[in-house]
Design a protein around this ligand. Sequence first.
Ligand SMILES: Cc1cc2nc3c(=O)[nH]c(=O)nc-3n(C[C@H](O)[C@H](O)[C@H](O)COP(=O)(O)OP(=O)(O)OC[C@H]3O[C@@H](n4cnc5c(N)ncnc54)[C@H](O)[C@@H]3O)c2cc1C
Length: 241
Amino acid sequence: MLPRNTEVVIIGGGVIGASILYHLSRRKITAVAVEQNELATGSSGACDGLIFLQSKKPGTHLQLALESKARFEHLQDELDLQVEYRNPGGMIITENEDELTAMVSLVEEQRNTGLDVCLLNPHEAREMEPSLSDAISGVTFCPLDAKVNPILLTLAFISWAQRHGGRAVTDCEVTGIEVKSRRVRAVHTTRGSIEGFVMAAGHEGDGVALSPGTGALIAELIDMGSTHIPLDEFALARFHP
Ligand SMILES: Cc1cc2nc3c(=O)[nH]c(=O)nc-3n(C[C@H](O)[C@H](O)[C@H](O)COP(=O)(O)OP(=O)(O)OC[C@H]3O[C@@H](n4cnc5c(N)ncnc54)[C@H](O)[C@@H]3O)c2cc1C
């Protein structure tokens, strides 16, 4: 059942909404994730769940991926549920000389930042993975690359949160957000309204939303100081930082 009020409303029960619910619950902030369908049925339930480091560009992306990977090492224990986290290492296959040339420079860049990644020739690659085609030009291998089941991960975040006061309501579409004096006051859904802040990310301040493509939308809403805005009208709103 939808509560009448809460500190935070999270729009969307994908991995992002679920992770936010989990992190807010850890901080003892009351939060409700509102999902129009079932949990993990959006792109989180359809993505490959790869925790790949070697595919990230050196700099911010790689740094974030490294921090994320370090977090995954303990997450399953933290969540106390099986999320099928595995760390078998990962390969990226190049099929022709152009791809191989591009990979040689990326691997060099990554190695210069200290990432453990190497290039294997087709023979070496087939020794590790015999089912690879004869036609490949090479393979990059990173022993740190890992994998998780994204559906189990989403459900584990939600489950932990539910065991610690967080709530998730499915089959409930958010249809509008009420803003007064530049603050989000209520969320309107197909199952009634919830009073409180709207957020899908962050837990301080006046309500900032990020989940399922709504970050831009909420920034616009707050900027406008409007009173009640149906979501549809802002679906294509442009983000002004
Ligand atoms: C392990 C892992 C590795 C990943 N690696 C990468 C990567 O390397 N690179 C990369 O780019 N991405 C990566 N991703 C991200 C992935 O591809 C998706 O982008 C991500 O799962 C999207 O999560 P989400 O929760 O934002 O969206 P979704 O899973 O789509 O969830 C959004 C939910 O919001 C609901 N919703 C929408 N509107 C409303 C509304 N009005 N009311 C109620 N509910 C609503 C939808 O029904 C949906 O269920 C990774 C994800 C995982 C789990």
